[in-house]
Design a protein around this ligand. Structure first.
Ligand code: ZN
Length: 450
């Protein structure tokens, strides 16, 4: 096996799906970090103080996309002395500020410190084009490819000069999207590489296809709204809300959902992100651009309402149905959706529709597991609330490539990657994908020793 001309350290997101943070250190003292994400409570990640180099010695921080599990620890890195360049796509650069501002609102730093960190990130961050080659120090080059996961998401290809063995190339997949995702173009085809560091979130399963999913959503909304109830959809602010708006716009245009039904986006962050999605049409796929050209804005339709301030949110909680309310957080661990459900979950005319993964220990998971049981209830804001609303769960609304998508991405690497290292997946997902890849003749690394 060809030796790697650098050391690779996984500081988070190696064997779990959150807290992504990888560090490459080269003998000539260049250090490159890829993502600096926040782990969820139950996931492990090394403290930044345990890094093999000081934060001040890291030359570049590459960001694959603006989800908090890939960027959430940037403030800590800045405070630890990081002073290098932050490199990402133009869209990710736009999304960094609102996402980090929201993340920082949960920290106990002073307002002055928060402002200082945000200003510093703004100074250090640079947006780059997809599919162009750029130079770093010491002859290292990089290129960003569209990962099709959320707006601005990329995979990164580095090429490191090596006098003895010739250049060595590495691709970090970041989070890869599905083909045929609303709004976004399909992931780009990668170039050849000696090492592929591949996410494996859904390494052991496949999603329902998009047309079936849209039909399912239409069916649920139609029946739900026929009894004048309220339909609650907890959703992540970045990616999921925009996908939902797009699908509801389609359903309303096709007449599957009555255009008269009001839809409320009760999420200031979700609204801010949607405005960025709306503005950056150069990142949309052809279908979305065609709709816009025909005069149908894919994130806007009749009876769509933005709920910005808290007073309006309070009014909406008591407002009678029928309506659709989309708010965070996706797993009901906080956010405005919790207040809605505290008041409305015990009404059998209402519907609660999960469109994302519900992790163990979250109120979302408790509701899913207890729905339909006698005297089922869930604790929200410290109160026990009976679960009387109808509960639905739609799998397939995932911004992550499924098993088939991951295999397709690997197969599209010209001439096979020299080695593949699987990261960002639970054990079962990684093992299933490893077996399939090895069966088709790929070399998959178990552990990585420099
Ligand atoms: Zn992501």
């Amino acid at each position: 096996m060809m030796p790697f001309p650098f050391d690779l350290h996984h500081l988070g997101g190696e064997t779990t799906v959150t807290g992504s943070c990888h560090l490459i250190t080269l003998p000539n003292k260049i250090s490159i970090m890829v993502d600096c994400g926040l782990p969820a409570n139950h996931d492990k990640a090394s403290a930044l103080s345990e890094m093999p180099v000081k934060a001040s010695e890291i030359d570049y921080l590459f960001i694959t996309h603006a989800h908090i599990d890939h960027i959430g620890r940037i403030p800590d890195l800045i405070e630890a002395g990081f002073d290098g360049e932050i490199i990402c796509t133009f869209a990710t650069r736009e999304l960094l500020q609102p996402m980090l501002e929201d993340g920082l609102s949960f920290s106990d730093r002073s307002e002055k410190d928060k402002k200082r960190i945000q200003d510093r990130i703004d100074e250090l961050a640079w947006g780059f084009e997809y599919n162009e080659t750029f130079d770093l120090k010491h002859g290292v080059i990089f290129k960003l490819g569209n990962a099709g996961h959320i707006l601005g998401s990329c995979f990164i290809r580095f090429e490191f000069p090596d006098k003895t063995n010739g250049p060595f190339s590495v691709i970090f997949s970041g989070d890869l999207g599905n083909v045929d995702t609303p709004i976004l173009p399909d992931p780009d085809m990668p170039d050849a590489c000696d090492l592929l560091i591949l996410e494996s979130t859904y390494g052991d399963r496949n999603h329902r296809d998009r047309s079936r999913r849209t039909q399912d959503l239409g069916g649920i909304l139609e029946t739900a709204l026929s009894d004048q109830g309220k339909v609650f959809i907890p959703a992540f602010a970045l990616g999921r809300i925009q996908e939902l708006l797009y699908e509801i716009d389609r359903l309303k245009s096709m007449g599957t959902v009555d255009p008269a039904f009001p839809v409320f986006i009760d999420s200031p962050l979700g609204l801010e992100i949607t405005a960025i999605y709306s503005k950056m049409t150069e990142f949309w796929d052809q279908e979305a651009r065609d709709l816009l050209r025909k005069g149908d804005h894919p994130f806007d339709f009749r009876n769509l309402y933005a709920v910005e301030n808290h007073q309006h949110h309070q009014k909406l909680i008591d407002m009678p149905g029928p309506c659709i309310i989309i708010a965070g957080s996706g797993m009901l661990t906080g956010g405005r959706m919790v207040a809605h459900l505290e008041k409305n979950l015990d009404d059998s005319r209402n519907d609660l529709l999960f469109v994302g993964y519900q992790a163990q220990g979250t109120p979302g998971r408790t509701i899913l597991e207890n729905a339909g049981k006698k005297n089922a209830h869930v604790s929200l804001n410290g109160r026990e609330i009976p679960i009387k609303a109808r509960i639905h769960s739609m799998t397939g609304y995932s911004a992550h490539a499924d098993q088939a998508g991951l295999l397709r991405f690997v197969a599209s690497v010209p001439g096979k990657p020299g080695n593949i290292k699987l990261v960002h997946g639970e054990r079962n997902a990684r093992m299933a994908l490893k077996c399939l890849l090895e069966d088709t003749g790929y070399s998959v690394l178990n552990t990585f020793h420099g």
